[in-house]
Each structure stands twice: as C-alpha cells, then as structure tokens.
Design a protein around this ligand. Structure first.
Ligand code: NDP
Length: 300
C-alpha cells in the first residue's frame, strides 16, 4: 500500500482562506477587526523568524497585528505590565508570548498572566484544565491542526486506537486530550514506554511528537494507519552540498509511506497548520469576546 500524502500546506492555505472570509464578514456586519498581539523577548533567531511569519500571515487574513519586541534584559515586572495592558486592550483578541523566554523569566508565571480568553496558544492553566474536563477552551495550535487533518481524513474518529508518542505540554498531552474527546482509545507513549514498536503497531492513528529524526521506522506502522508526524528535525544533508541540511520528521517517511493509509510529510505537513490554527484561534477568541457564533470547522 502507498499512503495518501496529507497536504498540510494546501490544508493550511484553505483554513487561512476561511479565516479571511470570516474576517471580512466581521468587519462588514459588526465593524470588528480581530487583533493578535505577539510578544518577543530577546533575539533568538528562530523565534524572530516565527514572529515575522506570524505577523505577516495575520495581516494577510485581514486582522490587525501588534508586534512587541522587547530586549533580552526585560524584567519580569516589565513583561507582566505589558501583558496586563494587552489583557485590557479591547482591540487585542489574542495574545501570544513567543517561547522560549530568556532564562531569568518565569515562563509559567508569564503564560498564566495572559487573560485565558485571549490565550490563543492554549497554554494557560485554565485552558489546559478546560480542555481536560471537556469545557470550551482555547486549544494549542499544533494539536488542533493535527485534529483538523485527522477529522478531514477520517470523518469520525470514534473508537479508533490512537497512539501519541511524546507527552509534552504543548503537543503530546493536548493531542491525547483532543483524541480522547473525539472518542479514540488513546495511549500516550514516552521515553520510558516498554516495547514502543508493539505499542505503535496497534495504532489506527499514530502521532509522533518526539523530536528525534526518523526514529519511527515503517515496520512500526500498522498497515493502513494514519500517521501524523509533528517532529521537525534538521539533519546534515551532504548530498546537497557541503554544510547543507534538510528537515525530517520523527517518522522515517520513505518506509512509513509504504505501510500507512495516510501520512503527513515533513516539511509541508503539520508545520504550516500551526500558524493557520493560531489565526483560527484568534478569530474564535474575537467571536467569543463579542458574543458571536464561533467560526464553523475551525475549533476543536
Ligand atoms: P519535547 O522535547 O517537549 O517532548 C518530547 C517527548 O518525546 C517527551 O515526552 C519524551 O519523553 C518523548 N521521547 C523522547 N525520546 C523518546 C524515545 N526514544 N521514545 C519515546 N518517546 C521519546 O518536544 P515537543 O513536544 O515540544 O516537540 C516534539 C517535536 O515536535 C519536536 O521535533 C518539535 O520541533 C516538533 N514541534 C513541531 C511543531 C509544529 O508546528 N509542527 C510545534 C511544536 C513542536 P519523556 O517525557 O519521557 O522525556
């Protein structure tokens, strides 16, 4: 069997298109423009790239983008004061603090200072609890993107065996919660899991969120399973020239594509979905804030 390749780039473009249409309608019908504030502390090069593309795509879908770049020495108090201002600002519907923060700042204190209804990353403890207890929450963007792709491919996920490899707070755990909410039978695997190959081979849905290049070979994949590869790993690619690199996932794509029923590539799978879901979350936050119906098909 050769798997269907799930095109995350096209899927994400479609989501951004749907968000953009609803932004037009919000402006026309209610005079409201959703706004996303992104806060970056320091000069981490990867974070700068992410923040730039988030800002660009926010504007492309017709939303207001507010960028706050603070220097690496910003104190906790200064950062908390900015968050407090953004919490109070009615033009700001979503707030994202780019992680990681410099070492002297307390990440969980900062995240939990964001008003939960503006926490478009879904990392606030109240959103984590809401997701776990089946209440309306802001859902972390990467797992939300994975869920959308899975629902699109399968329709109903009810009763399927899902294995999530990785138990981080930003990917593994919320992914497992979302799959459970959609009535999958969920296993969370991690570095202490015994006989990981056997656990993976049970999965109708296999989500890899580990951060180890190509660690899941094709023979760990059940025939016909859906494989969602969250991993983004940069490895040397001498075949492309000296010093060149390329991106690979946590799954060995070449062998897994021969066994899976559907699979996300890296790059071009889960990655593009993350920013699209950030925009979807900002739209959702704006609709909730204004007592309007939530955008259809763009929430968990
Ligand atoms: P973390 O490092 O926070 O978590 C990794 C998880 O993998 C841990 O739970 C760890 O287990 C588990 N793990 C590590 N080694 C093994 C192993 N040998 N066998 C089984 N499990 C193992 O990573 P993140 O969740 O933040 O990210 C995971 C990957 O996803 C990374 O490649 C990251 O770049 C990518 N990512 C991609 C995004 C996107 O937009 N596409 C967004 C976010 C992340 P334990 O808890 O026991 O240590």
């Amino acid at each position: 069997m050769t798997a269907r390749i799930i095109d995350g780039k096209a899927f994400a473009a479609d989501i951004r298109g749907r968000v953009a249409e609803q932004v037009v309608a919000l402006k026309a019908d209610h005079g409201i423009t959703p706004g996303l504030a992104v806060v970056l502390v320091g000069e981490d090069p990867a974070s700068q790239v992410y923040v730039r593309s988030k800002g660009r795509m926010t504007v492309e879908v017709g939303m207001n983008s507010y960028s706050h770049r603070l220097d690496a020495g910003t104190s906790q108090q200064e950062l908390l004061a900015l968050i407090e201002d953004l919490n109070r600002d009615p033009a700001v519907h979503g707030i994202l603090v780019q992680l990681p923060l410099p070492d002297h700042l307390d990440e969980s204190l900062v995240i939990n200072a964001i008003a939960p209804e503006k926490d478009v990353d879904g990392f606030h403890i109240s959103n984590v609890g809401r997701l776990a207890t089946g209440q309306k929450a802001m859902v972390p963007c990467t797992p939300l993107g994975c869920l959308m792709m899975l629902r699109d491919h399968h329709g109903s996920l009810s009763g399927l065996d899902a294995v999530v490899v990785g138990r981080s707070n930003i990917v593994g755990k919320p992914m497992a919660q979302l799959l459970l909410r959609d009535s999958c039978t969920v296993t969370i695997a991690h570095s202490r899991t015994r006989d990981l190959p056997a656990v993976c081979r049970r999965a109708d849905i296999l989500v890899a969120a580990v951060g180890r290049p190509e660690m899941i070979p094709g023979d760990w994949v059940k025939e016909g399973a859906t494989v969602i590869d969250v991993g983004i790993n940069r490895i040397p690619a001498p075949e492309r020239g000296e010093g060149k690199t390329r991106l690979v996932g946590d799954v060995d794509f070449a062998s897994a594509v021969e066994r899976a029923g559907a699979i996300t590539p890296v790059p071009g799978g889960v990655g593009p979905m993350t920013i699209a879901c950030l925009l979807a979350n900002t739209l959702t936050a704006c609709c909730r804030e204004n007592g309007l119906p939530e955008p259809e098909g763009l929430t968990a």
